[in-house]
Ligand binder design. Structure first.
Ligand code: FES
Length: 161
């Protein structure tokens, strides 16, 4: 069990999920909104949250896991407080986005689509951020950073606790 999964369980998981269970009790075919509500409450879909909901609603946990793994919008592991999206689209690639990505991985000791151990950042390469004129581009949360060089990366990351 990861630290965060333990935290989710320890943070009164049942008390937090019970109101959601009550909302969806007896509603067939509501797995997607149910999981969305669980993720909104918990930050991600923890296995113990799925088990709890399956028991409460008397539906197979495998069914919920199946839906949760099928849709990219659901996250089965904890996410960082800040989501870094590094553009790997063509315009950004041509202007050196791989070096930006490598610098971030190096500084944070994290791989693509993973979260740092302190849950500070999740790193997600994406296809195009729609700001090709600013290539290479990354976003952190709602903030966009363009015309990046590898040497700019540390100073930017340092702004996010
Ligand atoms: S290719 Fe990077 S923003 Fe479009």
């Amino acid at each position: 069990m990861t630290t965060s999964a333990a935290t989710a369980a320890g943070d009164g998981l049942e008390a937090r999920l019970l109101p959601i269970a009550d909302l969806y009790r007896g509603r067939e075919g509501a797995a997607i909104p149910l999981l969305a509500a669980m993720q909104k409450e918990m930050g991600y879909i923890a296995p113990e949250a799925v088990e709890f909901m399956a028991r409460e609603l008397d539906i197979p946990a495998a069914k919920l896991f199946g839906v949760a793994t099928f849709y990219a919008q659901f996250h089965l592991s904890p996410r960082g407080r800040h989501i870094i999206r590094v553009c790997r689209g063509t315009a950004c690639h041509v202007r050196g986005s791989l070096k930006i990505l490598e610098r971030i991985k190096d500084l944070l000791q994290v791989e693509e689509d993973q979260t740092t151990e302190d849950l500070r950042f999740t790193l997600e390469p994406v296809a195009c951020l729609g700001a090709c004129g600013l290539a290479p581009v990354m976003t952190i949360g709602e903030n966009t950073f363009g015309r990046l060089t590898p040497d700019m990366v540390k100073g930017i990351l340092d702004k996010f606790e």
